[in-house]
Design a protein around this ligand. Structure first.
Ligand SMILES: Nc1ncnc2c1ncn2[C@@H]1O[C@H](COP(=O)(O)OP(=O)(O)O)[C@@H](O)[C@H]1O
Ligand SMILES: [Mg+2]
Length: 362
């Protein structure tokens, strides 16, 4: 599907004017800390919907003391070439991201672009995913769902908005109970859908770990689970609504909503025995790579989506297990990779032809 052929960064982060042409398979950026490797991955991730891998404000993307940034690139989608431009634009003191495909801003063109692009990312902080907060793990899971369903973020955003609306009603002076009932019904509808999507994603990954085992020597068995104090298999809409009603007084006082998918956690059980937080750092990286390998398998083999892989700082802490997982991913799927690391030597184990870019000397 989509292959990124080149990129031109103008006044983007630390770059004035950077031009790079890419290999359709494997691209490796290396160089000293702070030279701009993550910035390049970020620029690539901005070609899609949303705020990119760093979730940064538009303003911070613009090179200091410049007015706007521009990212020009050439994408090959189903053997056709498209010129895509991503830029910032200031309107009423606010910065907006603008995307044009072949100079066209229409919704149809953008929808076509969004449907054609999908990213799978590895960020160094994911090595500690199972030691950080549940919200990070929910985001991680939601990004996986988003990689195969590009309108999923709309569902999440609407859900977040309507939770805020309910609290505003509860904390207002006069409560309109009809309105509140309707808002709670919508919360339950959206919430049920989010639960369903997340369970389907987790279910897929679990069954895929088992299938992949025949080709890969995984170091351990993994079972992912959604941990949630309220939700269980037969949880019904009516039960959800009733619980939400019951928690009105509490929620009003606390200023948040006690139940729902925004309270769930993603946990990983290793060898039917213990939670992933007990794994070593290197093993936690293995776990993340197993999940990403499995996600590639879902996208490529079941959904006919060819994602672009953005793996930041993947070069460090790669023991033989993790190297093997990365090599399996590179060799098994016909997809485009962008990897970063501080040193070229970290990637000497990669035997496939790779294009190396020394970012320090740019
Ligand atoms: N808006 C900006 N304008 C100019 N420089 C920036 C801007 N944002 C970030 N930088 C610079 O980019 C560098 C960080 O780049 P980064 O891609 O994170 O490096 P690394 O190669 O370690 O991944 C820092 O030196 C930082 O000062
Ligand atoms: Mg970096």
């Amino acid at each position: 599907m989509a292959i990124l052929k080149n990129i031109n960064l103008i006044n983007f982060r630390n770059f004035n004017n950077l031009n790079l042409s890419f290999d359709k398979k494997l691209n490796i950026f290396f160089g000293k800390n702070g030279c701009g490797k993550t910035n390049i991955l970020e620029a690539i991730s901005l070609i899609a919907k949303g705020r990119g891998i760093r979730n940064s404000s538009i303003f911070n993307l613009i090179k200091k003391n410049k007015d706007n940034f521009l990212i020009k690139n050439n994408l090959e989608i189903k053997y056709n070439n498209f010129n895509v431009e991503v830029s910032s634009e200031k309107k009423n003191d606010k910065f907006k991201k603008i995307i044009k495909i072949n100079d066209d801003l229409s919704k149809d063109s953008l929808d076509f672009l969004y449907e054609s692009l999908s990213y799978i990312t590895f960020l160094p902080e994911m090595e500690r995913l199972f030691q950080t907060s549940p919200s990070q793990r929910r985001n991680f899971l939601d990004r996986l769902i988003f990689s195969s369903r590009n309108n999923y973020n709309r569902l999440i955003n609407r859900y977040k908005k309507i939770l805020i609306e309910r609290i505003k009603i509860l904390q207002g002076n006069i409560i309109d109970y009809d309105w509140l009932d309707n808002v709670e019904k919508e919360i339950c509808n959206l919430g049920m859908e989010i639960y369903k999507e997340r369970l389907a994603q987790v279910g897929f990954l679990n069954s895929n770990f088992i299938t992949l085992k025949s080709d890969h020597k995984f170091q351990f068995n993994v079972e992912l689970k959604i941990k949630d104090d309220f939700y269980y298999n037969q949880f019904s809409f009516d039960e959800y609504l009733l619980n939400l009603k019951k928690s009105r007084i509490f929620d009003k006082k606390y200023g948040g909503t006690k139940i729902g998918p925004h309270k769930s956690d993603l946990i990983a059980i290793i060898n039917d025995d213990f939670e992933a937080s007990l794994l070593s750092t290197g093993q936690q990286k293995t776990l993340i790579l197993m999940i990403l390998l499995s996600q590639c398998n879902l996208l490529v083999n079941e959904k006919s989506i060819n994602p672009i892989l953005l793996f930041d700082e993947i070069g460090s802490h790669l023991d033989s297990n993790n190297r093997q997982l990365l090599l399996d991913m590179i060799n098994k799927f016909k997809i485009q990779f962008f990897l970063t690391g501080t040193d070229k030597n970290l990637f000497s184990f990669v035997s496939t032809n790779a294009e190396f870019y020394n970012i320090t000397n740019i």
